[in-house]
Design a protein around this ligand. Structure first.
Ligand code: GRF
Length: 192
């Protein structure tokens, strides 16, 4: 599953839908001297995504495509991904499920971060469900993307203890801190 990057940095695209704090963090990571990636493109399905500002501020090309019809969104994305010779796609809060065709086309080259200890709590509202379920731990997972929601092979995972008085917000905040650590680590792991 390794994506050979050689001496050159791997041309990377980040897909977002919302706030983009992981995007911000990955941009910071990409600027480190020894970072294995260069972020060439940000794609969003949502023109109001706050995260788009991080692309603008860092002079990274951004594209907004309508993914209401997933195939149309993917078709437009594919064109620019090929043009820009993108070799790694990082989903960072991208709220659409990519098709079998698309995930196969980029097999082993699309990764995602999910705010739970997969395979537990796939999908939405992970923190709410973990608290409700009286779990002792939550956490985050970086995994390869297939067309099955949050189900591809796990690359890295980090546990975060759930405290007695945790709210969705407090837990989410602590998990996000770990997300910012494991996403770059997972990228380094698959590229080095
Ligand atoms: C993160 O919790 C990520 O794990 C999930 O969506 C959230 C995105 O947050 N997939 P942000 O847009 O990166 O701030």
């Amino acid at each position: 599953m390794k994506i050979l990057s050689g001496n050159k940095k791997t041309k990377t695209a980040i897909f977002i839908s919302g706030k983009g704090t992981n995007l911000k963090n990955l941009i910071k990571f990409s600027k480190l001297k020894n970072s294995p990636i260069k972020i060439e493109l940000v794609i969003s399905n949502n023109k109001y995504a706050k995260g788009l500002k991080h692309a603008s501020q860092n002079k990274i090309k951004k594209k907004i495509f309508n993914f209401n019809n997933i195939y149309n969104g993917e078709k437009k994305s594919l064109k620019i991904l090929l043009k820009k010779k993108i070799k790694l796609i990082c989903l960072a809060g991208f709220m659409k499920i990519l098709s079998k065709n698309f995930t196969k086309r980029f097999k082993g080259k699309i990764i995602n971060i999910h705010p739970s200890l997969l395979p537990k709590f796939k999908g939405l509202n992970t923190h709410k469900r973990a608290i409700k379920n009286k779990e002792k731990f939550s956490g985050c997972t970086v995994h390869y993307v297939t067309s099955k929601l949050d189900s591809g092979k796990i690359i890295l995972q980090k546990k975060v203890p759930i405290k007695k008085n945790d709210t969705v917000y407090s837990l989410q905040k602590r998990v996000l801190k770990e997300e910012y650590k494991i996403y770059p680590k997972a990228i380094s792991k698959i590229l080095n």
